[in-house]
Design a protein around this ligand. Structure first.
Ligand code: 6PG
Length: 477
């Protein structure tokens, strides 16, 4: 017998993905650098389906039916290149290498190009949903050549999560690095969602005066409404958890320094290169890095500021409703920014990415899965060339209804000294886009003053320069 798919790299993500294929009736060849892991998988989970345990790279490749489909699930960066170098010489034209790690899309583009010369199809595939998702159904974002999807797609559709309407959470996102790019932006949005939820929590705690257990209940209620999402759901779980050792709320015994592995940071770095304002995502990345500056924070602890004084009971409940509005409006903005970045990449790299399809495959399986994504899909389905999610009537109306509360929440946060960079950046973005005139005109004037950088006029075509050091007359340039 031969295997329809192979997985090499059997840490938890790889192992669970291999099991998922096997549970769905595929024969799966499994391989790991240290063979003990391969044996452990087969010993422990062999009963779940058909596995072929391969000790060596040669055995692994020989076990695969042609065209071979070889999934690599190793650390992004050098380990991925090392595995590709090990396997590529053993493969034949038409075979596929599928990278399911969190690779940087530029690496994926390079690998795709190099392997194409050898006739090997390289598929950079974003996989979201953590360990549970890998096992029970992730959201899958494959890039690479379209032909590869003809043979790979049906298998991925089988193992992927299904949205509520039953459709599989996988699509051919676009060529070469498009899949990993979209996964990267998914993670950037994930960071923003988490930051906004964190700010909502802090406000409910410090301004409304609720306990973590009470806040967990508030999140449970929100999860019944338009904020219905995996991240809100797990937030309630984390907040209601009590530390066994101390009897304190778990959230109070965890060191408040958030870590990151890099995908959120990449989202912002690339956005800077593409010239896309992803301020909400950027604030989320910066908030994590600020939290980690322990010495700087310790040195700043005595700085002056207001002391938050919690509200009374009735006011607290009303405030919580406002926070829900602020959170929802800010969430619309961060998704707007994330989709803008994908749209810009589509133009820059000539990727034919369907934004509606991207939102559709994020409806299930992934970390940002949410009822909300079905509405984004509907917005793009109604109008594929939507300039921005904010120009969708439904979202615009929702923000219109939320904005008074959104502003009030920021007033309260500012007055009481509770940091809300995500909410604030989102509102500033919204107000800047709405503005009739921006101070960018003044910026242009300053640039022209000190560097003769020229400016355009509102009433005439062309570029102009004012002779600032002379008689201040205008010349066209
Ligand atoms: C997912 C997650 C996954 C991983 C993140 C965590 O979609 O399943 O995004 O990829 O959990 O990389 O990122 P940080 O460690 O940077 O928070």
């Amino acid at each position: 017998t031969s295997a329809q798919i192979g997985v090499t790299g059997l840490a938890v993500m790889g192992r669970n993905l291999a099991r998922n294929f096997a549970r769905n009736g595929y024969t799966v060849a499994v391989h790991n650098r240290t063979p003990a892991r391969t044996r452990a998988l087969v010993d422990e989970f062999g009963g779940e389906g058909e596995f072929i345990a391969a000790e060596t790279a040669k055995e692994f490749v020989a076990a695969l039916e042609r065209p071979r489909r070889l999934v690599i699930m190793v650390k992004a960066g050098e380990p991925t290149d090392a595995v590709i170098q090990e396997f590529a010489p053993l493969l034949e034209p038409g075979d596929m290498i599928i990278d399911g790690g969190n690779a940087h899309f530029a690496d994926t583009r390079r690998r795709e190009r190099d392997l194409r010369e050898q006739g090997i199809h390289f598929v950079g595939m974003g996989v979201s949903g953590g360990e549970e998702g890998a096992l029970h159904g992730p959201s899958i974002m494959p890039g690479g050549p379209k032909e590869s999807y003809d043979s790979l797609g049906p298998m991925l559709e089988k193992i992927s999560a299904k949205a509520k309407d039953g459709s599989p959470c996988v699509t051919h996102v676009g060529p070469d690095g498009a899949g990993h790019f979209v996964k990267m932006v998914h993670n950037g949005i994930e960071y923003a969602d988490m930051q906004l939820i964190g700010e909502a929590y802090q406000l409910l705690r410090d301004v409304a005066g609720y306990s973590p257990a009470q806040i967990a209940e508030i999140f449970r209620t929100w999860n019944q409404g338009r904020l219905d999402s995996y991240l809100i759901e797990i937030t309630a779980e984390v907040l209601s958890h009590v530390d066994e050792a101390t009897g304190k709320p778990f959230v109070d015994v965890v060191v408040d320094q958030a870590e990151q592995k890099g995908t959120g940071r990449w989202t912002v770095q690339i956005a800077l290169d593409l010239g896309v304002p992803v301020s909400g995502i950027a604030e989320a990345v910066f908030a994590r890095s600020l939290s980690g500056h322990a010495a700087l924070r310790a040195a700043s602890r005595g700085l002056a500021g207001p002391k938050a004084s919690p509200l009374g009971e009735a006011e607290a409940a009303a405030f919580a409703d406002r926070v829900e509005q602020a959170l929802y409006a800010s969430k619309i903005v961060s998704y707007t920014q994330g989709f803008h970045e994908i749209d810009a990449a589509r133009a820059e790299y000539d990727w034919d990415i369907d934004l509606g399809a991207v939102s559709a495959i994020w409806r299930g399986g992934c970390i940002i899965r949410a009822a909300f994504l079905d509405r984004i899909r509907a917005a793009y389905d109604a109008r594929a060339d939507l300039p921005s999610l904010l120009s969708d009537d439904t979202f615009a109306q929702e923000i219109a209804a939320a904005q008074d509360d959104w502003r009030e929440v920021l007033v309260a946060a500012t007055r009481q000294g509770v940091p809300t960079p995500g909410f604030a950046a989102a509102l500033a973005y919204y107000d800047a886009l709405r503005a009739e005139r921006l101070p960018a005109a003044l910026t242009q004037g300053q640039r022209d003053f000190f560097g003769a950088h020229t400016y355009r006029r509102t009433d005439r075509d062309g570029s102009f320069h004012t002779l600032w050091g002379g008689d201040r007359s205008e010349v066209s340039s």
